[in-house]
Design a protein around this ligand. Structure first.
Ligand code: SAH
Ligand code: SF4
Length: 388
């Protein structure tokens, strides 16, 4: 190809709109700007998000003239894969390049009927929680819609291609959790656009109960989520009182626990599930005493909730240790005896560093290997729901 034509084509392709950046409303406006009717946007969306087709020539239901236009002014691009690892337990983790030296992670966690994708919302994170390796990397930038939904798009169709028949006619990914890198409520608009695609019947068709946003507790944004698109909510609590939470989750100084509990109560009025999940990272001798568990029961007494205890995943700079399995069991039992359903997260994909933020740093730490061996023997505990 002559150099000049090649250069012109490259410029057009780099400026081409990435259709993964457009949510259902955005795609309708885009098609209208091309002089097309809204139903064309739905057809296009089905090709992209239901069939995983990125070759415009293969979108034969669309008029040839539209396909030709799209070939010139649009493209479908997900972040490039830097690493792709599968664990012995079936957990699969991708490291994706989002440019300028930034990488993000996406983790697929199959578990019986549930096949969950853990999605990142930011490159790095500004909240800087005491025990989080993503926080320690600092904040680089918000991901755009195409980089968020691109994680689901790329993995769903890669998994379909790999599995072929085990899930015939079905989606591979049944649940999405916004628990990868970053604070999703600090990238509100892009996260919501991506979730609109996740929920759309002409895309992934997931129910609001099966999409979970996990937040460190941005009170005004929890209220906004309640107003705009209430999906299932997980709140990272990690401490039962303000003095400890101020240290572990610095955002607590701005939005203390009393405010956070009130926003959780408000959220429950519109939430798709009748409970909020409180995540609690188990840190040896820091937040794992019997007294902490008892304080948690008091703090959350007016809230319909479940606890998910997360064994801390050590990384070298953290200089922290995970609570012992016995301590975690005892802590869980106090919550269960207090009437709150409590589960302990099983460690998945330990052989591929599948925990949040760890493939990016590719850290090697002998304490982690020891911890993993301990964590693998923790059973999942269940209690009976507490009356509210
Ligand atoms: N920023 C959001 C979502 C991403 S983090 C949030 O904080 O909720 C997802 C969960 O992993 C959070 O509960 C977070 O506190 C927890 N987490 C972070 N680092 C961890 C570590 N090293 N070990 C165990 N859990 C960790
Ligand atoms: Fe950010 Fe969540 Fe890590 Fe805190 S735990 S630093 S909010 S990613």
């Amino acid at each position: 190809m002559p150099q000049a034509i090649f250069k012109t084509l490259s410029v057009i392709m780099t400026n081409a709109v990435n259709l993964l950046d457009l949510d259902p409303i955005g795609l309708v406006s885009y098609c209208e700007n091309l002089g097309e009717k809204p139903f064309r946007a739905r057809q296009l969306q089905r090709y992209i998000h239901r069939s995983g087709i990125s070759d415009f020539d293969a979108m034969t239901v669309l008029a040839k003239s539209l396909r030709d236009k799209l070939k010139i002014c649009a493209s479908i691009r997900h972040p490039a894969v830097l690493k792709d690892r599968t664990s012995a337990d079936g957990t699969r983790k991708w490291l994706l390049d989002v440019g300028e030296g930034n990488a993000i992670e996406t983790v697929y966690i199959p578990d019986q009927d549930r096949r969950t994708l853990c999605v990142s919302s930011q490159a790095g994170c500004a909240v800087n929680c005491y025990f989080c390796s993503t926080g320690k990397q600092g904040f680089s930038r918000n991901l755009v819609v195409g980089e968020i939904i691109g994680q689901l798009w790329m993995t769903e169709f890669a998994l379909r291609a790999a599995h072929g028949s085990p899930f015939p006619g079905k989606r591979v990914i049944t649940n999405v959790v916004m628990m990868g890198m970053g604070e999703p409520l600090l990238n509100f608009d892009a996260v919501l656009s991506a979730i609109r695609l996740m929920l759309d019947d002409n895309a992934y068709g997931l129910s609001r109960r099966r999409v979970i946003i996990s937040t460190s507790g941005l009170v005004p944004m929890i209220d906004r989520l309640a107003d705009e698109l209430p999906v299932a909510l997980a709140v990272s609590l990690h401490a039962p009182n303000n003095s400890l939470r101020d240290k572990l989750v610095p955002l607590n100084k701005k939005h203390p626990l009393e405010e956070l509990m009130l926003s959780c109560s408000r959220y429950l009025r519109v939430a798709p599930r009748d409970f909020i999940t409180f995540e609690y990272c188990m840190l040896d001798s820091i937040n794992d005493s019997d007294e902490c568990a008892q304080q948690l029961l008091v703090l959350t007494r007016r809230i319909s909730c479940k606890f998910n205890l997360i064994p801390f995943n050590p990384f070298p700079e953290s200089r922290l240790l995970c609570s012992s399995p016995e301590r975690i069991r005892r802590f869980a039992q106090i919550l269960i005896d207090g009437g709150v359903i409590t589960t302990v997260r099983r460690t998945r994909g330990a052989d591929i560093n599948a925990a949040c933020g760890q493939l990016v740093g590719e850290v090697h730490d002998r304490t982690r290997a020891l911890m993993r061996r301990k964590q693998n023997i923790i059973p999942v505990l269940r209690g009976s729901p507490r009356a509210i």
